[in-house]
Design a protein around this ligand. Structure first.
Ligand code: M6R
Length: 369
């Protein structure tokens, strides 16, 4: 049932191109309009939405952090992202014009379920992004968009995460479409980019041997830091979470711009620091800033592991290890940038003799608060 792989996690990492393609399949017609699976939220209600709040836990929360960039950019609707476990305890401001998006692979996470129940009690509409047909979270929501990742068995979430991103991009485009904020050409261009992305994920998977080698060489380290900016920041958080849960190492993700506000004090000789570099095209200001961050940490002795687009030559002089990813539009970069981090964590776990599919102390779905 592991299809020839040693671990479910490896199988699920390898299934990502298909999972991404399946999540797009049949959802967008030629005119660029999206269909949700089960919608009890009408286009006129969606036009009234004045705030989006994403609630989720763990890896799904990281998908939500990335969704915020897409939703605000494509729809101009303010979007907050909150850990489901914190949400209802702060008395959030919600009403019938709030759209709450609950992201969950299992559809059974108690924290997320309690958050969505609270939101509905306050009159908000809830859209579930979920991987498990008929589970509790979609049943209790007003609408659902299923991620078609197929069953995810390994505790560490991989293919579900990529498909959550795809689903969130689709929701953002749909909102943009019903509200008329983004029409025609721009939606179609994004849809075209999205439909190509599963091949790019495939290409990343084909080049992972050096990442595995690098991971093995770091098996005796205690700490790894992850830096990113813009959508690369949640990717850094996700890379750190994977490493914690699989390799039981101290790992932290930071927004690269925060370095000088504290974390740079952690840098010491030979400390591995993974940096997710934004595209040099598009938001080139961010690119240049992160290149100086890499220079700064390297000057203080860090061992820099740089994830950068093919053709980005500016990073080469400062990268102790360079991991190349295909060029993608800025907002879609997490779909390719996360994959090496999953492989990295999985290989480190193996090298440290850990149980990959069933990390200690963790359950696949957390059904208690
Ligand atoms: O089933 P869910 O998506 O609601 O689960 C949320 C988290 O428990 C989950 O993503 C967890 O963080 C993973 N083990 C991370 O790999």
């Amino acid at each position: 049932e592991k299809g020839g792989y040693d671990y479910f996690m490896l199988k699920e990492i390898a299934e990502q191109p298909k999972a991404v393609a399946d999540t797009l399949l049949g959802r967008i017609d030629a005119s660029g309009s999206l269909s949700l699976d089960e919608v009890r939220i009408s286009p006129s209600e969606l036009r009234e939405v004045d705030k989006v709040v994403v609630v989720a836990c763990g890896t799904a929360f990281h998908a939500g952090l990335i969704a915020k960039y897409a939703i605000e950019h494509w729809t101009r609707i303010p979007c907050e992202v909150e850990l489901a476990s914190e949400f209802r305890y702060r008395d959030p401001i919600l009403d019938a014009r709030t759209l709450v998006i609950a992201i969950s692979q299992s559809g059974e996470t108690m924290d997320t379920l309690m958050a969505l129940r609270h939101a509905r009690e306050q009159g908000a509409r809830v859209l579930a992004v979920c991987n498990t047909n008929g589970s509790t979270i979609p049943r209790e929501s007003d609408a659902v968009l299923y991620t078609h990742a197929g069953p995810e068995v390994a505790v560490a979430s991989t293919k579900a995460f990529l498909t959550q991103l795809v689903a969130c991009y689709l929701v953002a485009l749909y909102l943009g479409q019903v509200r008329g904020t983004k029409w025609g050409d721009e939606i179609q261009a994004v849809v075209r980019d999205l439909s190509r992305i599963s091949c790019e994920v495939e290409r990343v998977l084909e080049t992972m041997e050096p990442v595995r080698e690098l991971a093995r060489s770091l098996a005796s380290k205690n700490t790894v830091l992850f830096l990113g900016r813009h959508v690369g920041y949640p990717v850094a958080l996700e890379g750190a979470l994977k490493l914690k849960e699989l390799a039981y190492m101290h790992a932290e993700g930071f927004a690269a711009g925060e370095l000088k506000h504290g974390p740079i004090a952690l840098i010491e000789e030979d400390l591995p620091v993974v940096v997710v570099v934004p595209s040099p095209r598009g938001r080139s200001v961010l690119h240049d800033k992160i290149v100086s961050n890499i220079q700064e940490i390297r000057a203080r002795g860090a061992r820099t592991i740089v994830i950068a687009e093919e053709g980005d030559e500016a990073v080469v002089p400062y990268a102790d290890h360079l991991i190349r990813i295909p060029a993608t539009p800025t907002l879609l970069q997490p779909l390719v940038a996360t994959v090496p981090l999953q492989v990295f964590a999985c290989e480190l776990a193996t090298a440290r003799g850990n149980e990959v599919d069933q990390p200690r102390n963790l359950a696949k779905s957390v059904t208690v608060e």
